[in-house]
Design a protein around this ligand. Structure first.
Ligand code: NAP
Length: 467
């Protein structure tokens, strides 16, 4: 029992629902995900207006995020229509093998059990009540208890209502989905600690992600935590790319850096630019673009205060030069520093959640590799090359593989395509488990585990493993 009766009620219902829900035909779960997507579409402009009112995100962004959310629900539904979602494997036995017979081994994946999902402040739809974590867990056959983010309660309520209605319409247990409201530090912690919860999905700050992971690890029965936390998404501008089109690069970078007030986990916070031809033009054009950018409201007062403090702290570090500041508050900002200062000052590698970026000027390839040695794990690493850079890029990419979950060439890290080959993950602190992704259909794997069936008679095997 926790001190929160609503947590007990939700998890008890989820545990009771797990048995029947995991036995449902995958097509039933596909129908559930489709029904949730249809229901969200059915909320129409009410939903977009609610998102806009609660989060300050523009209406156009609310609508596009709604479409992303329904698309990812439907993508999981289509996944469930094929065999790939639980990846069966069959190794047929050989009773005549010498010196020992080979057993018949058949494997499939089953859901872990009830999953706790923490809604993200910066994706009130796509990573909240019916977001990617919920969609992946429901697809896997796992009930979900969502700890709603306090920044968008009405949005969560509207979407949660759609999920409850869809469950009811399909005759599925209500305990498959519950939405909880309350403080993360107390109610959220009680949810993570509850013995009925078998996995946690989280998107937010490093401090909260680590606190949740610590609680999960300290339980009598520890559970996996998939926390997506902190990333500065380094961009590497190789010399040929800078020489070829410095102004285009600068405009592309600035647009990515200020998108959505920089409130994306894939915001390009760091740019490693090579000293030489094109650098001055790049810096000048990027600075001009940032200084012309007006401040946009941020998601919450707390996030705004943290942003302004982080931005201003960065500017106070010796050796850091302010290149540009946008108009109004919370103003975007662009700073510059040399590689030696960056190597010597760990605070320069911290995420500033918002539209602040740091250009690091780099002398040569060897210095780039020294800089890579000090970087923490990232969600993305971006590389821009010219024709003359290909050999250097080929040496850089194996380093970037060890650094990040997604390597982008010639583009910008913001704007995550949700698909079957998407990876939105990466080494710590980008996530707490680099083996996983929280976006795309592979995200289902976080809530599944393999079970092998050895020499079971056909009638006792799960249907999909029968001869
Ligand atoms: P947050 O403070 O990490 O909160 C996220 C969720 O975790 C909220 O529901 C929160 O509940 C809960 N929580 C907070 N501390 C907890 C704890 N000790 N134990 C259990 N649950 C806890 O993130 P935020 O409010 O969205 O934004 C704050 C900062 O997080 C931002 O300024 C930014 O630095 C970072 N952030 C990063 C990303 C990313 O994608 N990397 C996304 C969003 C935010 P309460 O609301 O009750 O505190």
């Amino acid at each position: 029992m926790s001190e929160f009766p609503q947590v007990d009620t939700a998890v008890t219902a989820a545990v009771a629902a797990f048995g029947p829900y995991r036995e449902t035909d995958p097509l039933t779960r596909a129908a559930l995900l489709d029904a949730i997507a249809d229901g969200i579409d059915g909320l129409g402009e009410d939903l977009a207006a609610t998102v806009h009112r609660e989060t300050n995100l523009p209406l156009a962004r609310a609508r596009s995020e709604r479409d992303r959310t329904t698309n990812q629900l439907r993508m999981f539904a289509r996944l469930l229509e094929g065999p790939d979602w639980n990846r069966p494997r069959i190794a047929i036995g050989d009773p005549g093998r010498e010196p020992l017979p080979r057993p018949d081994l058949r494997l499939r994946h089953i859901p872990l059990g009830p999953v706790a999902v923490f809604g993200a402040s910066n994706f009130p739809l796509a990573f909240s009540a019916a977001g990617g974590d919920t969609a992946a867990a429901l697809a896997a056959g796992a009930p979900v208890v969502v700890k709603a983010h306090e920044a968008h309660p009405e949005t969560s309520r509207l979407v949660g209502g759609v999920i409850t209605e869809a469950l009811h319409a399909l005759g599925l247990p209500a305990g498959v989905f519950t939405l909880l409201f309350g403080p993360g530090r107390t109610l959220g912690q009680a949810l993570v600690a509850h013995p009925g919860i078998k996995a946690v999905a989280f998107t937010g700050s490093r401090a909260a992600g680590l606190a949740i992971a610590a609680t999960a690890a300290a339980r009598p029965v520890p559970i996996p935590v998939y926390a997506e936390m902190s990333s500065v998404n380094p961009v590497f501008l190789l010399p040929g790319a800078l020489a070829d089109a410095p102004e285009d690069l600068a405009r592309g970078f600035a647009a990515s850096a200020v998108l959505g007030s920089g409130q994306f986990c894939t915001n390009p916070g760091l740019v490693f630019a090579r000293n030489g031809s094109g650098l001055d033009e790049f810096v000048k054009t990027a600075a001009a673009a940032i200084s012309e950018t007006a401040a946009q409201p941020m998601l919450t007062d707390g996030i705004r205060a943290a942003y302004e403090a982080g931005r201003d702290r960065l500017g106070e570090i010796p050796g850091v030069e302010l290149l540009a500041r946008g108009t109004g508050e919370p103003a975007p900002a662009l700073y510059r520093v040399d590689a030696a200062t960056f190597l010597a000052e760990p605070a320069l590698r911290d995420e500033v959640f918002g539209a602040t970026s740091l250009i690091v000027t780099v002398e040569d390839e060897a210095e780039t590799h020294r800089l890579l040695d000090v970087l923490e794990g990232q969600l993305t690493a971006t590389i821009h090359t010219g024709q003359s850079d290909l050999d250097e890029a080929a040496r850089l990419i194996p380093r970037l593989e060890l650094l990040a979950g997604r390597i982008v060439h010639g583009g910008w890290p913001t704007g995550v395509e949700v698909g079957h080959a998407t990876v939105h993950g990466g080494p710590f602190p980008a996530t707490s488990d680099a083996r996983s992704t929280s976006v795309g259909t592979l995200a289902i794997d976080r809530f599944l585990r393999p079970v092998a069936y050895q020499d079971l008679p056909a009638d006792l095997l799960p249907k999909e493993l029968r001869p």
